[in-house]
Design a protein around this ligand. Sequence first.
Ligand code: F6R
Length: 233
Amino acid sequence: MNIIKVKNADEGAQKAFEIYQNVIKSGAKVLGLATGSSPIALYDRLSASDLDFSNMTSVNLDEYLGLDGDNDQSYRYFMNQHLFNQKPFKHSYVPDGKSDDHEAAAKAYDQIIAENPIDLQLLGIGRNGHIGFNEPGTSFDSTTHIVDLTQSTIDANARFFEKESDVPTQAISMGIASVMSAKQILLVAYGDTKADAIAATVNGPVSETVPASVLQNHENVTIIVDEAAASKL
Ligand code: F6R
């Protein structure tokens, strides 16, 4: 694992932006993207840049079940706001949270990933070590699947909703095997609430109780952390 320590999220976003410039220059065609607060400053930089995504494909990690793309809490909406409206991709895939048949939607998403091998997968990390919506205990062999969110994740996400009861309790998420199939992975984490998860990811045993610890088994992982997130390394 290549660990890059930065002073703050802004410096982290600049380092991450440089990684994107390089992989795109080297011919990357498929970007795996994440939502949440951690990538926002990076998306701001990508949006303001002269990079051209119009021949590229994006594949997002996850989506809440029950929310369609017009709902301002959906991850499709988030991606439109933070990146896609400014920088359209040729194809932008986000798992379908509104399908009548969730199993079929999960299978269809795996097919999309198989047809569009991910060159660079961006990840945030949950306080409990989740990646995507792969909560502790998720099999490392998992592909796209339906997830019951843990209380810790519902609590963490409640800040984006008017009241906690509005937070969806289920999501559809790319699996851990799908994340690991990416050629390169970039994880970004800022703030002291991520310090335990980062320490367990980098130095702990590789265990399904800390989903991100699987990244120790990947040959091309970069982790960008600010001082607070790195404080227990
Ligand atoms: C989002 C996602 C989640 C977040 C994680 C961290 O698509 O997959 O795993 O990356 O919950 O969220 P933030 O960045 O808001 O702390």
